[in-house]
Structure formats: C-alpha cells, structure tokens
Design a binder for this molecule. Sequence first.
Ligand SMILES: [Fe+2]
Length: 367
Amino acid sequence: MKIELNDNKVYFNNGSLKKEIHPFWLRERVDGEEFLDKGTQQRLFDPTSLDNEICINKVNIKEEYLEIDFNDGVKSKIDINKLAVEYYNEDIVIKSIPKIKWDSTLKEVKNFKYKDNFFESEEMHDLLVSFYKYGFVIIKNIPTDNNFIVKFANSIGSVRRTNFGEFFNVKSKSDPNDLAYTSLGLAPHTDNPYRNPVPCIQLLHCIESEVSGGLSTLVDGYTVTEDLKSENPNFYKILSEVKVRFKFIDKDVVLEDWSELIKLNDDKTFKQVRFSPRLDYVPMLDKEKLDLYYKARKKLSKMYNSDKYRIEFKLVPKDLMMMDNYRLLHGRTAYEAKEGNRFLQGCYIDYDSTEGKLRHLKRKFNL
Ligand SMILES: [Fe+2]
C-alpha cells in the first residue's frame, strides 16, 4: 500500500485502487503522548466529542510518517506502516494459521512437554499454532497435584466456569447427572451445545488410568463438514440453515440454546459444529423439509461415527489434551470400572484466552 498526498488530502493506493482516507479517521489515530497512553494503547480522548468537520490544514510524508496539522490545532505524526495494517483490517494472527483437515489416517501430531516457564516460552507459541492447525494438542508431563488443570488454564487465559464448576472430575459415579460420569462408551459429541455461548476449548487432564479401555476418541468436524459439503450439498445446506434446540436440565438450572448443527461465518466459511444427539430437538417444519433434514442428520451422524474419521488413543497420567469444542467432536470407548481407576479432570477456556496468549507470544518473540 502506498500513501499519496494531493491538496491536503491523504490517499491510499494499493496498486489497483486509490481512495481518500477520511481526515476524521486519521484524526482519531493521532498518537502523541497527550492523545494515546503508550502502555495500554488506549486513547486519552473521546473521538465522539470531536467536531465532525475535521479537515487537514497541512500534510507531509517524512520517512515512514505522515505529519499532519489538523484544523482543530492538533499536530501529529502517524506511522504509515500502522495504517497499512489497518487497511487490511484482518486478524492476521489467527487467520494466517491454516486449518489442516485430518481423518483416521492422521500421522502422529507433535506432542509438547511441560517444563518450568512453559507458559511464557516459544514452545507455548508453537503449541498454540499446532492447536489452531489441528484443533487439538497433547501436552505431556503436566503435574497432577492440586487440580493443576486450573492453574494450567489460568496461565493461558481464564477458566470458563460452568454449572459443572470451575473444573470437573470425570470418573464413574453413582447417580450421575451426565453420561460422562459413567463407564459407558461415549459416541463423538461436542460439549455444552445448550450453553450460550458454548465453551470454546476443553482441557482434559489424565490423573489416573488403570483400565485397559477408556480410549479417547476425536473426530475433526471441520473435515466432515467439508466432505459433506462436496459429497452431499443438499444435506450440508439444510444442516447449516435449520436451527435446533439444545436443552439441559438439572436440579437448579435449565439451559437452552438454538443453533444449526453446522454453523457458518458471515462469509459462509466454517465456524462451529454442535452435535449431541440426545439433546437436540428440531422445530416442527414442513414434512418435506423434515424428510430432508432427518436424512441429512443421519448422514452426518454416520460420518461422525465412522472409522474413516475417528482417531483413538490412550491418555496416560500427566497427559493433558486441549481440544477445540467448536471444531472437534470427542468421545471415549467403554471401560470396565472393576479393572481400576480412570480419573480425568476437565475444564474449559474460551478463544480469547488462546488468541490473547498467541498474540502476546508473537509480540514477545517477534515472530
Ligand atoms: Fe464431552
């Protein structure tokens, strides 16, 4: 992008397009120390209190800076490189990491190993990049004492507390309020589809594993979605258009949220899958539409439950798995509780935690 000047007006030129930059837009970005707090990068003035008729009395380009005198008496130097970043107006940190589609043929993904000062290390940066590529990551050697999972979560960002508590213990127990707390196998599902917003990321930490079963299973909802889109576009269309009701009832709470099973961004790219077929209720649509919907849902379920897409592996004590609850489905194989203990601890964090940490580490290591 090139900045050009003409008659006290500032233009950007990206090679194919030349446009004037609004003088007020530039005035909002003055960054002298009386206008911008250097530490927080927050404004020290309220732009909504400025006169809308701001214009430029004088402007020059000096090296990498625009030197501007505005008609309200403010003089400022504005870094041209910063304007270029704003022009592209994209979160390049997360969007620059391409999602890698995977299925049961996925070769071993790099594991990470916890050590001192892990959270502020370049390795943590690499871990987060790997997480965004594959939708999950496994970290070995995580201490298992004192609910360390909470410390782990809070060292990336903040724990997302739910009605299951700050963290939850996954082991079979009597009178469970969720099938997770039994020794039954769990088909691939996403967690908390009835919550608004749905927790973004689940952490699962293996504390004890003395049973031969109880393997962890993962399915990439992104891969399944993309395959469904190319193989059965009608199914993809209806599943990404019809909102269904997810509901969870416990003694002291009733949670309910409506969403498509495949949720798309405004630009029709993949955003999120929700799948928990014991909890979803489709509205009373026209019979023909429901005919298609039920066929589509059955096909989706078949894909999610197919060997083609599922990976299975055993978490061993001190392993911590971090998985994207918007992208992946997770489950487990059944186990025999009499064989011994199987004990996992889980908690949730949201994307602001991982994104905030990733941007911080990129800044810190100049990556
Ligand atoms: Fe779950």
